[in-house]
Design a protein around this ligand. Structure first.
Ligand code: SF4
Length: 377
């Protein structure tokens, strides 16, 4: 399905400028942008991604990762093909580096996406006998379904929708309509993004978002450009816009050997976060494993992740978590004031939660009364 795209500038030449992301692609007739999802058809920019997700799955919300947002709940996760960056370490390059015309897609409207959540939030058993649950929708070929199918769960705890896996910016119009439909029906929405989006589109989206995880890939501007094909500055601006808009924010930083594991650069990033009001923002430090164009690199030593977490805390980040580790994972939430164990997790799963909700709506440590930021209930 081709749908007229938002954020475009046209003129008599037949060329179109896309103003959705900082690349500002100028497209000749018939050409698509860097993201491969937006195409100039007869002088008008169209999106190829609308209503065409290639992945729909249920994940624990902790897997996004979001640790301070509806802990222990499931989240319906969707993606279309395409991305506006070219990260050399991309985990999902088989779908992020192709256009939606080359992926196997579901065809599903925004309202139908919200219905899927509501059915599952009510504990609806959508078992159709083969583990796939796209009720009433066209199913993909099971032989080729490697990911994206919605696994059956008899007991469901799905409370929200995540725009994730690839880069949601490139299916902006679809995401916006899903988020609007979700808001009308009381379903929360989350964006898991590289943050490479222009100010106007992001501000228009924010009222319909409840939470975001932004991938802060590398704090060295030159290495960021080399690693991803995009500039660092717009990502930092997006962090500020999300925070100022009241969207619950968490940040992920992947430490890649030789790219983003320099401790001086890492400390600079922590200092920037603290100076700009992000000390309370959960920071997820993630271990790299060889992937895509960085196959020949070794995985990040676990000691590097542990050291980085310690440095981040020493500099003032209050909620630091480590991911993809075999040993010594730091995935529990600890009260930064008194050290009380607030939330216990094991991998992506919630074990216990001790946070108390006050009558005034604030969530606090039951031991010392410290306010613990997040959307906990
Ligand atoms: S969203 Fe796509 S077409 Fe638009 S500027 Fe970004 S990369 Fe180019």
């Amino acid at each position: 399905m081709k749908v007229r795209a938002l954020f475009q500038q046209t003129n008599d030449s037949g060329r179109v400028r896309c103003t959705l992301c900082p690349h500002s692609c100028i497209l000749e007739e018939g050409k698509s942008g860097i993201c491969r999802t937006r195409i100039n058809i007869k002088g008008i920019l169209h999106t190829l991604a609308y209503g065409n997700p290639c992945s729909i799955a249920i994940d624990p919300v902790e897997k996004k990762p979001l640790f301070h947002f509806l802990p222990g709940s499931d989240i319906l996760s969707i993606a279309t093909a395409g991305c506006n960056l070219r990260c050399q370490n991309c985990q999902n390059w088989t779908i992020s580096q192709i256009p939606p015309t080359e992926s196997q897609n579901y065809r599903i409207s925004p309202d139908e996406i919200v219905e899927l959540v509501l059915e599952r939030s009510a504990g609806y058993n959508t078992d159709n006998g083969d583990g796939r649950v796209v009720k009433g929708k066209e199913k993909r070929d099971p032989e080729n379904d490697k990911e994206g199918e919605i696994k059956n769960k008899a007991v469901s705890n799905t409370k929200s929708i995540a725009f994730t896996y690839t880069e949601p910016t490139v299916y902006y119009e679809y995401m916006l309509d899903v988020a609007k439909a979700a808001k009308e029906r009381g379903v929360k929405c989350v964006i898991v993004s590289n943050g490479y989006i222009n100010e106007g589109p992001l501000k228009e989206l924010c009222p319909y978002l409840d939470a975001a995880n932004i991938d802060l890939k590398c704090f060295d501007p030159l290495l960021h450009k080399k690693l991803t094909g995009g500039r660092l500055e717009p990502v930092l601006e997006s962090l500020g816009i999300l925070k100022d808009s009241g969207v619950w924010l968490e940040i992920t930083n992947l430490l890649i050997p030789g790219w983003s594991d320099d401790m001086m650069v890492f400390e600079k990033m922590c200092d920037w976060l603290i100076d700009n009001g992000f000390a309370d923002t959960p920071l997820h430090l993630s271990r790299f494993f060889p992937n895509y164009k960085l196959q020949l690199l070794s995985p990040t030593p676990e000691s590097v992740i542990t050291k980085a977490a310690k440095r981040a805390r020493e500099r003032g980040m209050k909620y630091v978590y480590t991911g993809n580790l075999c040993f010594g994972r730091e995935e529990n939430s600890i009260c930064p004031k008194c050290g009380y164990l607030l939330v216990e997790r094991s991998r992506y799963f919630l074990q216990s939660i001790q946070i108390r909700k006050e009558i005034n709506g604030k969530s606090i440590c039951p031991e010392c009364g410290e306010v613990i930021p997040g959307i906990w209930f």
